[in-house]
Unconditional design. Sequence first.
Lengths: 514, 336, 339
Amino acid sequence: MSSISKRFQGVQALDNVELEVRSGEIHALLGGNGAGKSTLLKILSGLALPDEGTISFQGQRVEIESPREAQELGISMIHQELSIIPDLSILENIFLGQERLITQRNSWTPWVNRREMAKKVREVATEFGITEVELWRPAGEFGALKKRSIEIVKALVVQPKILILDEPTSGLEEHEKELLFGHMRSLQRRGVALIWVTHHLDEVFGLADTATILRDGRSVAETSIKGKNLNDIISLMFGSQAAALIEQPRIGRKSGKTEIKNQFKSLEVVGFKREGVLKDISFDLWNGEILGIAGLAGAGRTELMRALMGIDKIDSGSINIFGKIEKIGHPEKAYELGIAMVPEDRKALGILSEFSIERSVSISNLVNILKSGWLNAKKERELASKFISKFSIKTPNSREKIRNLSGGNQQKVIISRCINSNPRILIFDEPTQGIDIASKVEVHKLIRELADEGKSIIVIASELNELIRLSDRIIILREGSIVGEIDSVPEKIQMNGYELVEQDILHKSSRVNV
Amino acid sequence: MTPNSAVDNSSNSLRNRVLQDPSFGIVSLLITVIIAMTILEPSFATSGNVTNIINAMMTVSFLAIGMTVVLIAGGLDLSVGSTMAVTAGVAGKFIAYGMPMGVAFMWSLAIGVGIGLINGLLITKLGIPDFIATLAMLGIGQGVILFWTQGVPILGYMNDAYYYIGGLEKIVGPISVPMIVVVVISVVMAIVLKRTKFGLELYAVGSSPISARNAGVNTHAIKISAYAISGLFAAVAGIHIAGRTTTIPPLIGKGYEISAIAAAVIGGASLLGGKGRIIGALIGALTLTLTRNIINLIGIESSWQAIVTGSVLIAAVLANRASAGFSRKRLRRMNT
Amino acid sequence: MRNQSKFSKLISIEGVVILTAFVLMVIFFSLKADSFLIPDSIRYYINEAVPIFIIIVGLTFVIIAGGIDLSIGSVLGLSAGTSLMVSMWGWPFWVAVIVGVSTGLAFGLLNAVIITIFKVNDFIVTLGTLYIAAGSLTVLTDKVQLTGTEDASFQRISDLSFLGLTSSIWIAIVIIVVFELVLLKSPFGRRIFATGIGEVPALISGINTQRTKFVAYLISGGLAGFGGVLLASHLNSVQSGLAGGYELTAIASAVLGGISLAGGRGSVWRAIVGALFLTTLNQGLLLMGIDPLIFQIVTGLCILIGVIVDRGVYKFTLTFSTQTREVNSRSRDGEVVSS
């Protein structure tokens, strides 16, 4: 019995995507960052509307215009970002919005009867480790683990027909994962259709029946899992991206530390600790090298960089930068010491939306454009023009507001801003997120040139292809600790082949033994 | 309502419930102060003074209850003082024009709710930040009452029944109509907050509007309702104060919004939303009134009141923040 | 990039909307009310409005930095009291000026510390300091009768005539020009804008947002103090409740001038245009014989209309931005969602 088929055309996020799930099927939805998975899920759960396309449920066309309507259809979702209301008790979080579905009463009543709710919910809650006492305490008191369990119980308690799971295993221990998988299987036996989004590709095997793979907003494959292995899936997910980047071979670039003259350690990070996020991280950084940081979402990569920049506070740890021991308590200090960062999530963290290109470029180093103490418009314009031509930023003029540029050009402006501050260490967090292919190539070229000039670069990239092709050396993070390091990446690629290197990283990031 | 502080000892004994109660600190302080005053100042514990305190508490209580509801839902209503003034004026003028009292009161209440609805709509549908919208309404309301009174107090509306309703005449012993109204309203609102879906949704929207929306709650409707309730209770306060002061001076209501916020916050409501209790509002109102009373008794001039209220507000908010910070630290330690 | 129509290009010029409204209003009143355009009466009411202009300058800094300061009116009143009192006690006028400005700075400091260091909500704090300042003035006027100083030089601070304008107006002009320069042309001013646009992006760009906001509140307090000195000099008497409600007018002026309360946009002169609009409106209504008490209602309405129009114009200009090939999608209620 077919449950859903869907097709829409969103120019930006989703382009003619099809998804078909049968009841009693565990259907994995896979794809890299930015592939369109969460958008698709938002549409299915009523939080967004498609521009084009249809949804059919059990053969009939439906419109899902609100989370409530999705609920009524029997669609339940476990979110990736925790959707917990901290001041409400765990019990209240579980039944909020679904009281009628839980009690299965048709009449509407203004009253809430918590005791009755507790009775109905108790069993499932205990199975996921929520004790009776905890049911009544405010949800905000608990850590991510418990909150994840609350989300799961919340979704299961209404006996859904379709269950969507968005990264449900993040933060769970082994036995809790097994518990969840057990439930997924029993739901499957009962005829529930499960749509499962996960980065942990290893988990997919042995559990999922079929997979739909998205890339750049298109569905590139729908395939049965049987008979495939990890590598097949990965190549389906990331395939042609590699082709574009292969055209830029890594020749002309000195590989590894040994080739660089006057080599010295530009940075030494010692013992960064932050409760629950960073567990005693130490690493080195050399001049002229590109250090890649690999790991799954939530492993602590961005948190580590933010701690380095002084944006987040650390409980303990110190750095040794160009030979001096320093503590960086504020990003202002980081820039003074010569560290600059191009953040991820450009829209929220990177751009100052009201600023023109000129202002965006100058902001990290205003001293550069001063004349007798005042900001000089001419100097500012010249500075911006210099970068516009150097990086081929497409814009009618330098006074254009940065928010009017395309993603790739915005990123170039941000990079210009960082370079204007004369850094010796540059951090790139997802440098090509949301950028077209041509700009991606340009940005990569830029990064390599910066390294050639002798600067030290740290790159975080979730697309392994990108990370591997860029980095001289890679360290792998998992759940707040460094679990591996790969030296001399280009040599390893030559010796063992690209796939092996990639697999190595994947396995270390996700704790799988193959 | 579930207690909102984190402790290691999670047994449910009476002792723990008392210690963990969010108002534990302020109530202990109050009791200490009351005992001290009884000993030090003979005129404090007289029945006359006590009734004074309770009577003075009424107006702020109404406003604080409404403000607590708005704060729980994550909003803020700066217009309650001027709404109270406008509705008081309506009641007074209409009765003076010959309208039957009941009808005049209906008008007051309706206008109060109306102002609340306008606030709610401005904030949810037009996206105006809550304090700007209610600040603007405050200005408009103040202007209305100033214009209406032309700088001259409204008179000539008091009648026998109103003396009772305003609390100047008691029904039985020290008990007056406003006291009964406060008790009834408190009980009703407490039940609404604790036992109805609406109450739960108020907390949800204030605590995390996005998660509440994800769960299917109509956040706009909830917020609009909260402001309507605030407006309603401001109108109740208006009707009451008109009866209590027997004339309506043009500047009536000035400064009451800050007392309402202070009382709610002292009682445990959070400016960030998601927390607050009716009993807390009453405790807060009592604290403010008691402070004023003590200042008078000791002999400090009443001109110090504004300073005290302002300082108490800031102190209460700082204390809130401090305790939130502490419980977060305790939480992190607990959860690693 | 889509081609902007001439109309929309016009609208997005800073302050064009309010200027047009202003011009229209002036035309309206000069037709309807006699004695509207007489230079003497214009000079008079502008002179009266100088203290408001001065606090508006300070408020602009705070708002653009992303905050709000509700205490400016009461602080102005209190500073008027303290400076007049000192002058009445026989101190030379420059001591009185220092005392007045220090009063303002003290409150600015209080605001700055609690808001930026203790991270308490800015309008609750400034609401609290509003009451503390207003209350302090009440206490002060209770104790001391502030009926006027005999020191002529203190009075002359505001009343000295020079090139046809009073010293008050000249001082106001100087302050407006100087601070506008600082806002638009100094590194500090640039940091104010960045902080207001987004504290997190500004932080990541290396700006000390906490220090920037701190200084903004100090400026606001200091200017409120100075405005108080001018007011005391002009009135030569101070009573409890002085300058109450000024903050409402100041916020309304900023909003009318097109300064977004969310921060990151605006300039001093736009707020001043807004203030001119309001004071001229008041004057026009007065001359037309309309009850002055309506003014507060009008001010409140202006705030609302100003905010709504500002949002409308802003959203309108946003539709002309290019958003090509972003891997983003808009959900129903406009939240941007990235996958």
